[in-house]
Design a protein around this ligand. Structure first.
Ligand SMILES: Cc1cc2nc3c(=O)[nH]c(=O)nc-3n(C[C@H](O)[C@H](O)[C@H](O)COP(=O)(O)OP(=O)(O)OC[C@H]3O[C@@H](n4cnc5c(N)ncnc54)[C@H](O)[C@@H]3O)c2cc1C
Length: 402
């Protein structure tokens, strides 16, 4: 009997653990370690500040799901992975593994810019707590309207969530009857609108330029934030953007424990993997989801990171768990699946505040044989339908579904 250990209980970790157990059956133990007891459907956090979702509506306790499917759950904080002894150090003690899947996501780096983040001057929607705090600020803005700055810093990778928040805020301000007193500016490290950190898609820039014009939103591309004071977002080119409310996506690094685990991760704490999601140095360690290192195949004037959305996070976890199972079953290396992150299909819905854009491509990164952005200017139903489907499948532990 072998021990498979998975770190993380979100898109990648939950999928990886359930898939490994489903394929391995009772002969091997699969243990999921996570510091959070709930799976939270993060894509819906953009609605929390406007009161359109409560965190509890999009949270599911993972233990009952794991119990039902024969996966052990350890709620614990991981402090270190020790590849030389094949153990994970946690707040609940040492856990030994034969195979390890690291799906521990990212840590937010608000500290890189003076005045950035919910502990300082700007809001965030990266975690449930951040999104709830952003709601307090939103309520104050509605009572006492003024200028708003929304965006992402240099080095950020989660541009899609920033755009969604921007257009939802614009719509919420209209609904609240304060839009005429809320001047909105979007700041982005992207060289052009809708670059998204994936070198854009045909028609995307024109579409988002049209949205900005129609909804009277100013924007600054190639922007770099110098610091954020209590009243202004100060850009490196000297521009000062006054604000009363600001939500700015920070850069991400890998989970903090990765940095404390020797050469497990790169300088930013992401896990170096090959196309089978296997660690480049440690043959019994795999990684999936946000945790993996994905070098960008292009450069931009202002630094950006690779966006890692939910679909590829799950897909990479399925590939990694498939490969762990094959190795445990004594199959040859040639039976391992390989698919680089950039070749996973792109599948995403951008909620744009009572309108939406469905993004589909056969590969996340170029070259692509097809890539389309389908706007629906009348209503936003696709993201809500996707949320319902996702929560339904997660509650049932149907990790093999798309
Ligand atoms: C605001 C926002 C909106 C988004 N919207 C979309 C969208 O519309 N569509 C889309 O496809 N994607 C979206 N994304 C991206 C999507 O959320 C990610 O792709 C997804 O969360 C990645 O899952 P993951 O499992 O790799 O990592 P994460 O979701 O970051 O999960 C990491 C897991 O590891 C655990 N963990 C971390 N450190 C430790 C530790 N030290 N000890 C124990 N456990 C630990 C955490 O508790 C968590 O369970 C959005 C992201 C954000 C922030």
């Amino acid at each position: 009997m072998s021990e498979v250990v998975v770190i993380g209980s979100s898109f990648a970790g939950l999928t990886g653990a359930l898939e490994a157990k489903r394929k391995l059956g009772p002969g091997h133990t699969v243990t999921l370690i996570s510091r959070t007891a709930d799976f939270v459907y993060i894509p819906s956090l953009i609605w929390v500040p406007f009161g359109w979702r409560e965190v509890k509506d999009i949270s599911i306790p993972v233990k009952p799901i794991l119990d039902k499917h024969g996966v052990d759950f350890l709620k614990a904080e991981v402090s270190r992975v020790n590849p030389e002894t094949n153990t994970v150090s946690t707040s609940e003690g040492e856990v030994a593994y034969d195979y390890l899947l690291v799906a521990s996501g990212v840590s937010t780096r608000f500290d890189l810019i003076e005045g950035l983040g919910p502990e300082e001057n700007t809001y965030s929607v990266c975690t449930p707590g951040h999104a709830e705090k952003a709601r307090e600020g939103w309520k104050k803005l509605v009572e006492d309207p003024g200028p708003v700055v929304v965006g992402a810093t240099q080095g950020a990778s989660c541009m899609g969530a920033g755009y969604e928040f921007l257009f939802n805020l614009e719509y919420a301000a209209r609904k609240a009857g304060v839009r005429d007193r809320v001047d909105i500016t979007w700041i982005t490290p992207e060289p052009y609108l809708a670059h998204f950190g994936i070198d854009g898609m045909t028609g995307g820039e024109a579409m988002l330029k049209g949205f900005m014009k129609k909804f009277n939103i100013k924007y600054v591309t190639n922007s770099e934030v110098e610091r954020i004071t209590e009243t202004d977002v100060v850009l490196k080119d000297g521009r000062k953007l006054p604000y009363k409310y600001s939500m700015i996506i920070p850069p991400f690094n890998g989970a903090r424990f990765v940095k404390d685990s020797g050469d497990l991760g790169d300088e930013k704490g992401f896990i170096p993997i090959n196309d089978t999601y296997r660690h480049k140095k440690y043959a019994n360690i795999f990684a999936a989801g946000l945790a993996v290192a994905v070098p960008l195949p292009f450069t931009t004037p202002v630094a950006m990171g690779m966006p890692k959305t939910g679909f590829p996070s799950e897909e990479s976890a399925k590939i990694a768990s498939h490969n762990i199972v094959k190795l445990l079953q004594g199959e040859p290396e040639s039976s391992l699946k390989a698919k680089p992150w950039g070749k996973i299909p792109g599948l995403c819905v951008l909620d744009a505040g009572h309108k939406e854009v469905v993004i589909l491509s056969n590969h996340m990164l170029k070259p692509r044989q097809f890539a389309v952005m389908i706007p629906n200017p009348l209503v936003n139903i696709a993201k809500r339908a996707l949320e319902k489907y996702f929560l339904w499948k997660t509650r049932r532990g149907l990790s093999y579904l798309m």
